[in-house]
Design a protein. Sequence first.
Lengths: 387, 423
Amino acid sequence: MGDGQATREVVAATSGIHASDMVLNIGPQHPATHGVLRLALTLDGERIVRADPIVGYMHRGAEKLFEARDYRQIIVLANRHDWLSAFSNELGVCLAVERMLGMEVPVRAVWARTLLAELNRVLNHLMFLGSYPIELGAITPIFYAFREREILQAVMEEISGGRMHYMFNRVGGLKEDLPAGWYDRAGEAIETVRRRVRADIDALVRGNEIFRARTRGVGALTSTQIEQYGVSGPIARASGVDFDLRRDEPYLAYGEIPADLLRIVTRTEGDCLARFECLLDQVYVSLDVAEHCIDRLRSLPVGPINVRLPKVVKAPEGATYAWTENPLGINGYYLVSRGEKTPWRLKLRTASFNNVQVLSELLPGTLIADMVAILGSMFFVVGDIDK
Amino acid sequence: MSGGVLAATSSGGAHLGIFGQDPWWLIIIKTVVIFVFLMLTTILMIWAERRIIGRMQQRPGPNRVGPFGMAQGLADGVKLMLKEDLIPALVDKPLYILAPLVSTIPAFLSFAVIPVGPVVSIFGHRTPLQITDLPVAVLFILAMASIGVYGIVLAGWSSQSPYPLLGALRSAAQVISYEVAMGLSLAAVFLYAGSLSTSEIVTAQSKLWYALPLFPSFIMYLVSMIGETNRAPFDLPEAESELVAGFHTEYASIKFAMFFLAEYVNMTTVSALAVTLFLGGWHAPWPLSTFDHGVLNTGWWPVLWFLGKVFILLFGFIWLRGTLPRLRYDQFMALGWKVLIPASLVWIMIVAAFRELTNEGRTRLQTLIYVGIPLALVVLVASFFTEKSDDEPDDSLEPPSGGYPMPVLTDPEATATLEVSRD
């Protein structure tokens, strides 16, 4: 009968020693891949023998589109590749173009950008702090995380009108000044988020026995592997690679923030738990930094928040590379201009693309359940991989 | 043996002799009532689960269909039944169709031996509020639970797809392990009650609920009952973030609904069993049980206490789901085999020694000394040994086959040496 034949073909594991391996496709549509990452796993029972990340299902030709848009329009494209760190993405483009133009950005804009970049970092991290427990079967923390995101998003929405894609950066500063009374509301939001993250997410997840058992010692990355694959951000710092552009090559106002506020969170274990803890502790640091920025902004004299641009912005001939410490790792824009109003080439270096490369080395030998734990702890955005 | 003696002292308890004497119409009424009760509980549970978890997660939960969204379960059921009954092309059709039935029917059958109340009068007939009872009623429930697993395993196998297959594998190992743990945790109850009949066990608890003297057994039963019903944090066979939907990934429409139904009916059944064996069955809780010489333990009142206890346990299921992450497969197996089962065995030894010495007529102090001193010695020796083994690296954490009970495969290298030596 046809059914029997199918049995032998699909699950050829019954014919003694020469059993063929089972190939399991995780994705492109699977609850654990947050989008369309696809992993072709070769399995032996539940143990993974081989793992191949297959990317490109969400390729949107961002880099090619950059070449056909002027410098104002690029920002709206650039903020979309990692949709959880839109503000930081905008920032990178603006920094590159400003550097090419030799433009001096007003001091208030610099501090406001720093503040918003940190709030964006918290928003990004909260998303992963909520979604990671879901991978491990805890369905509640994401709702707490989203409640905090909502508070911060309200603050961001008030200044920019956007909840995810803020489009608040402009070449030369910010779109417009911050509304009256906004500092107070932002300060309150930061205070609330800090308290609730500590009380709910930190207390509920970090100390949970099952959570620790699922993540401790699972998917450990060595600092050598980190350097080989160019992994960056919280994942790299969880393996003891103490590298953070905010401290090591300060941009914006990061150089002026005291070091006891801008603490670089690191761990040495490199496992899933360390990665999660890096993310969680980073939230507190970012909130502290954001609070400091608000204080500084209050004390600054009244002044412009952007530079008036000519009708047509043309970057002079040349090339520059601007990189920023995005929430998920290093984000770089290599801008080559031939003096046109569009870039000749704008190469994008995204954090997630490098970070997921290491999966094919990390996954073999682990169980499917571990695979989910590891995948979730790589904190990637598929748009950031595929661009 | 002692069951009869205890039954005589209790308030309105039932002897086994009273069963099997109902007229046919009464049997039909009881059966239909139990069936409807389980269906209604399922519908209510789906609604309650979503509302309660919603409240735990700072959101309202379903509130559109009916008052407070209470008809949500009904609406979901109707929706599922009206959906296209899709059968994938590659499936093993007879097994694929059989699996949901095998899963659902035993779930309902187990409830037949659960005592809901004492002897009452229905249309002039004196009859216990229980469809039937057997001298081995608890074994019957365990047997039904074991058959129910076949539904999951067959569903996974016949679907001919990797995710269901993995779910079925997990489920098979999980239920085999936890069946043992569950059986052992119940053994202490049997020793105490001197019976396997549910009604006699309930009767024997008229003075003291077994959850108190047999507290370790109670805890072990609670853990294994969650493992047995595949609920969070032990929902490995359907682990959503890993196996999409596990064993029922390829099921749709009414067949999927039957798996769903089986899960919820099983939850009700294991909760009812916990109430029956550990929480005094239909007996009223303590301050109420003394009210007016135990009038609340007679007539139809006990149904209220029984349902109350069952719903408290069902709330526990929901609470766990809203709070805990999922265990990993091998950790879950380790919990069963390395913690629950050894602990159960030791505990049963202690209970048995206690019972034996008490039956011999020793005083309580003598019993404590006879059981306590050897036990203290054993614990001392055991702790000495475990301390020693802690220093060595623990290889057992990484079983070679990922924790699966694997058949012994012939090692290709071993075969090669064999051939060489034959030459």
